[in-house]
Write a protein that binds this ligand. Structure first.
Ligand SMILES: Cc1ncc(COP(=O)(O)O)c(C=O)c1O
Length: 397
């Protein structure tokens, strides 16, 4: 057996994504990069803001001794201070540098957070549709992901959450603005969830932590400010990165911020710092930490994403697709005009349009379009989305 059975199984379960990816590469080879319209990955084509490059140049000129050495596993204190200042400003909660652990992207931060709060055999709630990697992150640490369905508008269902809580529940992952739906959760949801979790904590003596996975926090449209989870949730671990808001996913820089209101605050900080080290991250990249310290309040041009959202959303609606207007992030999650989302994605693929079936996000019957691409790609896709729709017209059979 060359590789572990568990890894083999995981690869098989994720195989449709791999298939899409590999078929996409093949299509691009056959027809040329230009001809294939790739909406499959949330890998933004937008360049980082100018300030990022200015900071990069400035830092490259600093050749003082020791700038590239190890540092405390939680990161440089001055970077943690800059991050704490920004979250305090956004949330109204007094985060200190001690609350912040710099991480290798949100993915690294999530793995650290999950491992820190739960033992093997414990459970983490995940709202469907979900970012598919959550399942693997939980399983990395022997923790059981428990899927909780949202309603037909992708709004969280508090009763369903309550029904899913067991004595083994240690946390719930929330992602707003959401991948894949673009949904932004409202203040009243956070308030009600907090009440529910406090009630459960009273019953069991065991806190249930909210892992607020926030990489799209700054990407919201029409002037909307997504409610900051730590403002409303007592036991909140906020995990985020600059992969999307500064368009630098390759730099692997993000952080985990533990609310000072958390039950067992210091233990969580110590545990997460230890996990950051022993999961093999050791610390977030030194240069990337310094790079983002002064860019905390910045983001890429939201107006550009909003323009692309409107362009694609309006065209899909006009064609006849059933689709919700996303309030944030850069994904559309329309209903497939066929009940078999895999089949519909295949039809789009034949038209050289790459999307991802909803099945992979735990919501079959839908498909995801990542519109973090150029306007030209969107413009060229409109006829193809229409052709695919017309081909299966007759509706959701
Ligand atoms: C909801 C969500 N969480 C986490 C991540 C991981 O982000 P990062 O690149 O910062 O690890 C992504 C990336 O697409 C995401 O969509």
């Amino acid at each position: 057996m060359p590789i572990s059975q568990k890894v083999k199984e995981s690869i098989t379960r994720a195989s449709w994504i791999r298939k899409m990816f590999e078929e996409g590469i093949l299509l691009k080879k056959t027809f040329g990069e230009e001809e294939v319209l790739d909406f499959s990955l949330g890998n933004p084509t937008m360049e980082p803001p100018e300030e990022f490059f200015a900071e990069l140049e400035r830092l490259a000129g600093q050749k003082k001794n020791g700038r590239h050495r190890y540092m405390p596993n939680a990161g440089f204190s001055e970077v943690r201070e800059a991050v704490a200042k920004q979250i305090s400003l956004e949330s109204g909660v007094a985060f200190t540098p001690q609350c912040v652990i710099m991480s290798c992207g949100a993915a690294g931060g999530l793995n650290v957070a999950i491992k820190t709060i739960a033992d093997p055999g414990d459970e983490i709630l995940i709202l469907a549709p979900f970012f598919a990697e959550y399942l693997f992150y939980a399983e990395n640490h022997g923790i059981r992901p428990v899927i909780v369905e949202t309603d037909e508008n992708f709004d969280p269902d508090l009763d369903a959450i309550e029904r899913s809580i067991t004595p083994k529940t240690r946390g719930i992952i929330l992602n707003s603005p959401n991948n894949p739906t673009g949904k932004v959760y409202g203040e009243s949801f956070y308030q009600s969830l907090n009440e529910l979790l406090i009630q459960k904590e009273k019953e069991t003596g065991q806190p249930i932590y909210v892992l607020a996975d926030d990489p799209y926090h700054k990407l919201a449209y029409d002037g909307l400010k997504p409610p900051p989870a730590p403002k409303f949730i007592k036991n909140c671990l906020r995990i985020t990165s600059h992969s999307k808001d500064l368009s630098i996913p390759g730099e692997r820089i993000g952080y985990l911020a533990i609310s000072p209101n958390c039950e067992d605050f210091q233990e969580i900080v110590d545990g997460a710092t230890f996990c950051n080290r022993t999961l093999g991250f050791v610390n977030a990249p030194a240069l990337a930490q310094r790079l983002v310290a002064g860019l905390q309040s910045l983001s890429v041009d939201i107006a550009d994403y909003q323009f692309k959202r409107d362009l694609l959303y309006n065209a899909l609606k006009e064609t006849g697709y059933e689709v919700q207007k996303p309030c944030g992030a850069f994904y559309l999650f329309p209903k497939a005009p066929l009940s078999d989302d895999l089949h519909f994605v295949k039809i789009l693929q034949e038209k050289k349009v790459l999307t991802v079936p909803g099945t992979g996000f735990g919501r079959p019957g839908y498909f995801r379009i990542a519109y973090c691409v150029s306007e030209k790609v969107i413009q060229r896709s409109l006829d193809r989305f229409k052709d695919a729709f017309d081909e299966v017209a007759g509706g959701n059979s």
